[in-house]
Design a protein around this ligand. Sequence first.
Ligand code: GLC
Length: 736
Amino acid sequence: MTTRQLQDLIEKMSTDEKLAQITQLNPVCFGFPYITPLTGPDPGLRIDRNLASSIGSVLNCDNASDAAAMQKAHLQEDPHSIPLLFMADIIHGFKTIFPIPLAMGCSFSPSNIEEASRIAALESSVSGIHVTFSPMGDLVRDPRWGRVMESFGEDPLLNSMLCAASVRGYQGADVRQPYHIASCIKHFAAYGAPEGGREYNTVDMSRGILHETYLPAYRSALQAGAEMVMAAFHVFDRVPASASPYLLSRILRDEWDFQGAVISDFNSVGELIAHGVARDGKEAAEKAISAGLDIEMMSTHYMENLNISLQEGTITEQMLDDAVLRILSLKNKLGLFEHPYKDASPEAEKKYHLCPEHRAAARRIAGESIVLLKNEGILPLDTNSLLGLTGPFSRSPHVLGGWSAGNTEGVSLYEGLCGKIPSSRIKINEWGEAGSALEENSDIDVIPEDLIASFRDCPIVIAAVGENQIDTGEGASKTVLRLSPHQEQLLQVLSEAGKKVIAVIFSGRPLEIFPVLPYCAAVIQAWFPGTEAGNALADILFGDVNPSARLSMSFPYTVGQIPVYYNHFNTGRPRVPSAPPTRYISAYLDCPEKPLYPFGYGLSYSDFIYSDMKLTQGEGGTGSDSKGLTASITVTNASPVDGIETVQLYIRDMHASVVRPVKELKDFCRIFIPGGEARQISFRITKETLSFYQTDSFLFDPGYFEIMIGKNSEDTLSETIYIDETFIGKQEKEMP
Ligand code: GLC
């Protein structure tokens, strides 16, 4: 349909039909059998069928036959035969579950994210889904927040690149094509910075930090073509994001020219009352739609009130028609008017869900997302070793993490190990599932009496520890990030018994693992690796995969350090290593100010050595006169083991009109280097590389810049250089 035809359709719709069209409910709310869990508090909405006959979109249907049944019933009842739009949270897979996004962020691989999203789109589209509430572009610096698992981490560039890759994977070149779904980027904006890491809590930051650090990922997703935006729950600048004219109109519409639909989060319109900016549902509805919120999810204040508001003139017919046009335009882009069932097919579900190709992709991507944090020469294991295995994740299938689309089980570590060595060579002494902070006395496990005796013949013991996956995701903020007391005791007892302990940590966030490091000869941060967890871990443990992942989020020494992140400001009293000791610096009396493990950190079985850093004007060729700067480095794999290294470029603007971070990731390169060989890697530095957010745009300030290249944000070679307009290239493209 053309836009004119859509507008003609809108003209035929009654006000009630328009208001229903911009309302989204879970199937249970309008008379369909309860088919999927609610992803928020049940608001008790049960609207009758005649009202429901014009509802515009459905939240969280999860299979083809139910989606088709709902669509068929709806098309028979809707006076204008406007098809339903089915939306759901496909965050890191649909049936084949990939590692949590925070883990996939550690792969530093946009192609991995794009492939995982493409597969998720295929598997969910054949189950009737049209739109996913993903990627989550929220930048995170606080592991107390349970939803860090859904983020690609603490860096603006990495977040931006991976969010754009995710959108490309979901949408392809055209969402109308088979097996593609539309992407809804969330949660606009800066939901990842709640005070205290506490869910739904206030976010307060300068507009400069907002634009420079937190907004780039959302903008990058929209530049990649994301069709929708979800407004967040929290308050920003004393206004709830779901009713913020600054966020939803000034930035999204005026500055970014976003033409798509903006949807609320789960009842976030209704929550304007609790926030104290709306006396009742009517005022909440008026404030939200006036700010630019098109679709109301899981509350019906638009349906119940805006008719009156229109008559009063509090809102205009144009506001309402614009909102309706945006959702109808998305349905049209998806081809739903012609093909209302799009890709929904029970036969295709059987063919594609968890098919071998998808599982193979999940296993490969998990292997590139698992981070080797410590290795005292004990890994990789040889296949002749007799292995001890213990801890709550020894045989647990609960390795998918939060937001796994209703799936709960993957390949356990034990199963993975049995794929490498005979089970007769694995001595397992397991205990129950990891406790949960949601349960009283959750740390109920006790160290098995026979633990050490059972591992008498096992010089090496794998301890599979971590947090229960129900303690991650939404509504899972925690103030204690250590392993449970019994898990810490387990590692200590094994170590003190002379065992070589390999800790495999399952978590949806950086945990406080410093206290147990002395007991471990090796530490693997597994995150929640998804459907193929055990196989991917076994691949790494036995060296069939050389770990290449690098941390997407810093690990703190202690929760007391939080927020701790790499791209911080210098302060006026930084620690100066060469200066005499003093207390009058920006540091702690009882803890280092740096993280335990920094952003970009991760070990390999190879040994990569960096040398011969060069800065060259122009393209880096033979003194070509083209503008810009090329920074190059030689990386040598000094081991016999082939491996992938993620070479990282950081830059510091030494002096500018506003304070600048001590370093910022400006580029990176994942490169395969055969054992014993070397490669030269070059990075192009142009004006927009060096630009930063000033009054209302990204601009370049001439001056001294420190150029750093290395294997993580702390271990780099560096050169400092003066750069001005004559030396650096022209602004080639708008910053993300
Ligand atoms: C939840 C989440 C949001 C999700 C939505 C629909 O409250 O905040 O990320 O997309 O509800 O399930």
